[in-house]
Structures are given as structure tokens and as C-alpha cells.
Design a protein around this ligand. Structure first.
Ligand code: MBD
Ligand code: FE
Length: 283
């Protein structure tokens, strides 16, 4: 309730924008794009927008509404959210089309590197009264030839029972529901967490305004985020989903794939358990 009062689009947007600048400084990780490539991509993108204006006879009122909205996306810090929700899934498809191993999915705006190490068998950091169905998740990380990848890590991040991410909503311990697991010599990991709630992207910011103005909905189905890495292999960024979620078929971010559906089974003690492992492509 406290969190609900102070959770705003502008606050999570500012955190996501800051996060992007920290991880992908324009002076380091973001590389210059060759002039020929900028020319091609910018020209075709602008051409598509120009053709849309002609085809639908876009008015000055509509053009000004677009300008005002774009300016406000920046003010709200919602460019990471906007781009990850509506474009990243296509970038991800293109980037991973060659792979034989596990299916990837989008990273989204809420990853934070260097989450606390929990070994091969442990729990993600949680509050003493963390709400949600306990989930015991076990799996193996292998290469495409079937060999167990000793030294592989599984980084997990997820929303809590209110659909909120630590470090992007106020009042949540810094590393809550974020952990790094390093597999054992058998390539196996065992993670104790809770099942996340469905996630609604902020409705009070510019992305929410677009959704309302267009008559869309703001929901992503409940999901676990992971990055799986091992020496000599391609980094796998993906998400896992839960059967029965009403938004598995109409994710606002278009990031659900049938291969990413978990099959949890009920345990005697009220929690659930699931087996799901990862296959990494050699780099
Ligand atoms: C999320 O939690 C998310 O995973 C994505 C892709 C976009 C917005 C919020
Ligand atoms: Fe998410």
C-alpha cells in the first residue's frame, strides 16, 4: 500500500534511464554505427512514417499530439520502457534466429548486473514476509552437444507479488528477488523463489497514456527473467512464463514463446516445483 502510493511512472522511468546509462554508457558499450547503415535505417524508418502520414491523411492536430507525446516520453524517462515493450522483441528474434539452443526473450528495462551470488542451491534474497506461492526450480545448463557447463551462471530477476521490481519501485530491499546462481560440477542449479504476479506497465506515464488513448491494455503475463552464461558460449537472455495466465496470449511486450512455458506441479507443502534447464550455443 505504501509502495502503491509512491510508485510512479516517472520514478521507475528515471531509474530505468539511469540504469541504461550506467550499463551502456554512450562512450563505451554503445558503438558507433557506420554511416551507410545509419543512412539506410534512418531513411527507411522515416519513409515508413511519411507513408503512414500520406496514407491516413494525418492532420496538424495529430502531428502536434505526437510531438507533445514524444517530448513527454523523454521527460518521464520512459524511452527504455517504450523501446523494450514495443520494439525489443523483434530485435531479439533477429539476434537469436541462428541459435540451436534454448529460446531467448527480451531483457526489458529492469535488469541490474551483479546480483548477490547464491551458489548452486539457494534462495533469491526475499523479505521475511514475502508474499506469493513458493517455487522450487531445478535445472541443468548444458551446451548444444549435451555436456554440462561447469561454471555457468543463472542470473534471476523478477517482480514481487505486487508486480514491482526492486531498484525500480520504492520501499523494496535493494536486491530483493534478484540473485546469481552458479551451477555445480553436474551443471545443475536449484533456486527457491516465489511466483511473480502479472506485471502492469505504469499507467500514469506516457506509455500508459498511449495505451489508454489507443484502447489497449497494459499487462504482461507473470514472468521470471534470466540471463544464463558460460565460458565459450553465447549469453542467453530469456523469460519463463506460467500456464493459465490470462495474458500469455496478449502480452503487451509480445515476448511469450511456447518453449518458455513452465510446467510447475503442486507440492505437498503448498508450494510448487518445476524443472526447466537451459541449452547454450557455443560462441
Ligand atoms: C517488464 O517487467 C518487462 O519484462 C518488460 C519487457 C517491459 C516492461 C516491464
Ligand atoms: Fe519483467
Amino acid at each position: 500500500e505504501q509502495a502503491a502510493q509512491t510508485t510512479t511512472a516517472a520514478a521507475s522511468g528515471a531509474s530505468a534511464t539511469e540504469r541504461f546509462h550506467t550499463d551502456k554508457s554512450p562512450f563505451e558499450a554503445v558503438k558507433d554505427t557506420p554511416k551507410e547503415r545509419v543512412d539506410l535505417l534512418a531513411r527507411e524508418l522515416l519513409y515508413a512514417a511519411q507513408e503512414t502520414i500520406r496514407k491516413h491523411k494525418v492532420t496538424y492536430d495529430e502531428f502536434n499530439a505526437l510531438k507533445a507525446w514524444l517530448i513527454q516520453v523523454g521527460r518521464d524517462g520512459e524511452w527504455p520502457l517504450f523501446l523494450d515493450v514495443w520494439l525489443e522483441h523483434v530485435v531479439e528474434d533477429v539476434a537469436t534466429a541462428h541459435r540451436d539452443g534454448s529460446k531467448g526473450s527480451i531483457e526489458g528495462p529492469y535488469y541490474v548486473p551483479n546480483a548477490p551470488e547464491q551458489g548452486a542451491d539457494g534462495a533469491v534474497p526475499m523479505r521475511a514476509d514475502e508474499r506469493g506461492t513458493p517455487l522450487l526450480w531445478e535445472g541443468t545448463v548444458t551446451s548444444t552437444d549435451g555436456t554440462a557447463l561447469v561454471g555457468a551462471t543463472v542470473e534471476l530477476w523478477q517482480a514481487d507479488a505486487d508486480g514491482l521490481y526492486s531498484q525500480f519501485a520504492p520501499g523494496i530491499p535493494e536486491w530483493n528477488l534478484r540473485g546469481t546462481f552458479t551451477v555445480g560440477t553436474d551443471g545443475r542449479f536449484r533456486i527457491r523463489t516465489i511466483e511473480p504476479a502479472p506485471y502492469q506497465i505504469p499507467t500514469d506515464g506516457s506509455c500508459g497514456k498511449l495505451i489508454a488513448a489507443a484502447g489497449w491494455h497494459a499487462w504482461r503475463p507473470a514472468h521470471l527473467h534470466v540471463k544464463v552464461s558460460a565460458p565459450g558460449h553465447e549469453l542467453l537472455t530469456t523469460q519463463l512464463y506460467f500456464p493459465g495466465d490470462p495474458h500469455n496470449d496478449d502480452d503487451i511486450a509480445n515476448a511469450v514463446k511456447p518453449e518458455l512455458m513452465l510446467e510447475p506441479v503442486d507440492r505437498a507443502d503448498s508450494g510448487r516445483t518445476v524443472e526447466y534447464g537451459f541449452v547454450l550455443d557455443p560462441a
